[in-house]
Design a protein around this ligand. Structure first.
Ligand SMILES: Nc1ncnc2c1ncn2[C@@H]1O[C@H](COP(=O)(O)OP(=O)(O)OP(=O)(O)O)[C@@H](O)[C@H]1O
Ligand SMILES: [Mg+2]
Length: 593
């Protein structure tokens, strides 16, 4: 072993933690070996302990006073100690031949020499990935010449979390990851990006298809439809502001179930009638349902309580109610319908939403729109084929046009449709087992709040727990890990932690990271943009990595204030009139009628 690289010797071994005393001979903290400057004692850097037939490797976790063994602190006076230098390392792996493996099969003992790790050693540590299933996302921070690789199989199947403060480079990292996968030119890779802010529209254009509300078709974007009838009952009802009581809810639920049962027959969908509930993703006409429920509330009767006092026939197609003679005063006819449910207020909200153009992606869904009999031209299989069966490796679902108050319901439903489909298709060639799916959840905190029992939380929890078995992997991207559901984060096999300023968030990461590496979490506030600590199953060893920067990196959509304010202000009253008209008519742009 080269004497030049020796830096000290082991003075104590406690489980996995080794205390090293640096030798006095090390004059400088920055020795030069073969023309390369090395720095001793950087948190997160490696040291080597040669044991003859194999080398053990450890990662520096503590340096200086903090690393002085308690016993020495008590026995000797501090002034003597300060001349000596100590550091702690955590053992992480061993090398025999040119093969590096995680974990150690033996311990070193006191007196064993500790050496610097040279570029040659680093290549062994960081190399050794199988080309076919590894991707390169950047370089190892300490040496630009070393590629930072990730094990794709583990990354996808064991889930992954990308965490960091705003502006730390998360979206760029996701872009790099996706590009690296796309560049491998797999024949049928399947990646789905759930993009709440429409940041990824310009990323990887030739490798991706974008589905978006109010799509720019000339630019190749496609319209995003999420047919309302695919929503489970509770999610559907939650689209409309309501304070329904249980009996009203049950009444509506039963009516929807009935409508779905009928439309299953109309559409000749093969399903046992008994299996159909209000939650089953089957088409039905919401306009007809609205019309019938509305009619029931409004009906008035003659004395015989059978003959209806209809004045003007309505029309479900244009959401026009039937009009009845107003009921009489006291006990005179016409009589009210005594069985009415008291849901007219709710039905008014339904009507408003059905007319609101921001909700068109749910209710005005082209071939997925049911006619009054519940018949549609397209089914969910068409949706799945578009989202998951595309010829391009990446599908981006841009949810930026979805109103914030229903975001959780919609994103949750979307994930549930996809996961349920792959789960039930597990034995088919297009199920998740045969064609695994990688789902990227950008800004995951938006719809994955801790403690919430929303459909999105529940679905993501299920995918995190079981997805592996059915070939569905997750990437959770968030700037607020402390708001995320803890069980979900703990299921993420690979953690990519970028710069993180908030102590609360850091303590959250601490709980998800291996014990010996806790001190690496303290590094997080000082990382550069695009730099991160990667630990877990996707990497051979925990690594500090500088991600590449994508040329067409995802763009935040916030307006540039200083730029916008610099524009001339010639807005007239007419333009405010137009604004008010858009608002009143609930539309976002001029629509040709
Ligand atoms: N690896 C990198 N090298 C250099 N610059 C980078 C790198 N990664 C990101 N940046 C730059 O940092 C800025 C923020 O990056 P990005 O949008 O990826 O951050 P983010 O963590 O997703 O932020 P937010 O939480 O606001 O979405 C961008 O201007 C981007 O160009
Ligand atoms: Mg981002």
């Amino acid at each position: 072993m080269n004497k030049q690289t020796e830096v000290g010797e082991i003075i104590s071994v406690s489980g996995n933690i080794i205390t090293v005393q640096l030798s006095d001979a090390i004059k400088s903290n920055m020795p030069v070996i073969n023309g390369i400057v090395y720095r001793i004692g950087q948190i997160g850097s490696f040291l080597k302990i040669p044991l003859g037939y194999c080398n053990l490797y450890g990662i520096v976790t503590q340096i200086g006073a903090a690393a002085i063994p308690e016993k020495l602190k008590m026995e000797e006076d501090f002034s003597k100690l300060s001349n000596r230098q100590f550091l702690n390392i955590a053992l992480i792996g061993e090398q025999s031949g040119r093969k590096f493996e995680r974990g150690v099969s033996q311990s070193p003992t006191t007196g064993d020499k500790v050496h610097l790790v040279t570029i040659d050693d680093l290549e062994i540590i960081y190399g050794g990935y199988n080309e076919a299933n590894s991707i390169t996302v950047g370089n190892i921070s300490i040496s630009e010449s070393l590629n930072a690789k990730l094990d794709l199989d583990k990354l996808v199947s064991r889930h992954c979390a990308i965490l960091g403060s705003t502006g730390s480079g998360k979206s760029n990292a996701v872009g790099v990851l996706l590009k690296a996968i796309a560049d491998k030119n797999f024949k049928s890779s399947r990646i789905l990006v759930i993009d709440p802010h429409g940041e990824y529209n310009s990323v990887l254009k030739d490798k991706s298809i974008i589905y978006k509300i109010r799509a720019d078709k000339k630019n190749g974007e496609r319209e995003l439809y999420i047919p309302f009838w695919a929503l489970p009952f509770e999610e559907l009802v939650s689209l409309f502001p309501n304070n329904l009581i249980d009996t009203q809810r049950d009444y509506i639920r039963a009516e929807i179930e009935k409508a779905k049962k009928e439309s299953a027959l109309v559409n000749k969908i093969e399903i046992e009638q008994e299996l159909i509930t209000a939650d089953t993703p089957l088409p039905f006409s919401i306009k007809k349902l609205w019309f019938e429920l509305d009619d029931f509330e409004r009906q008035t009767f003659k004395k015989d309580k059978i003959t209806k006092c209809l004045m003007k026939q309505g029309d479900p197609n244009i959401l026009m109610s039937n009009e009845y003679e107003p009921c009489g005063i006291g006990s005179s006819e016409p009589y009210q319908n005594n069985s009415r449910k008291g849901i007219l207020g709710f039905l008014d909200n339904v009507k408003l939403k059905l007319k609101d153009s921001t909700y068109n992606f749910l209710f005005d869904v082209d071939d997925y729109s049911p006619d009054l009999y519940g018949k549609t031209n397209k089914d969910i299989s068409n949706l799945l084929y578009e989202w998951l069966g595309g010829k391009k490796p990446i599908t981006i679902l841009d949810l930026s046009g979805i109103p914030a108050d229903i975001m959780t319901s919609i994103s949750g439903t979307l994930l549930k449709i996809i996961y349920d489909a792959l789960f039930w298709g597990q034995n088919l060639p297009n199920g998740g087992k045969e064609q695994p799916l990688f789902i990227v959840l950008e800004e995951a905190h938006n719809y994955l709040k801790a403690g919430e029992k929303s459909i999105s939380s529940k679905t993501v929890q299920t995918i995190a727990k079981e997805g592996r078995k059915y070939g569905v992997g997750l990437v959770l991207v968030t700037q607020r890990p402390s708001e995320l559901d803890e069980t979900v984060l703990s299921q993420c096999g690979t953690i990519i932690a970028l710069r993180m300023n908030n102590a609360k968030d850091r303590s959250f990461i601490r709980s998800a990271i291996q014990d010996e590496l806790q001190t690496m979490v303290d590094l997080l506030p000082s990382l550069r943009t695009g730099e991160g600590v990667i630990s877990g199953e996707g990497v051979k060893i925990p690594s500090r990595v500088q991600f590449y920067k994508l040329v067409d990196a995802p763009k935040g959509v916030d307006p540039k204030v200083s730029e916008k304010w610099n524009k001339e202000n010639n807005i007239t009253l007419d333009q405010y009139k137009q604004l008010l008209s858009f608002w009143r008519n609930k539309k976002l742009k001029e629509e040709k009628i």
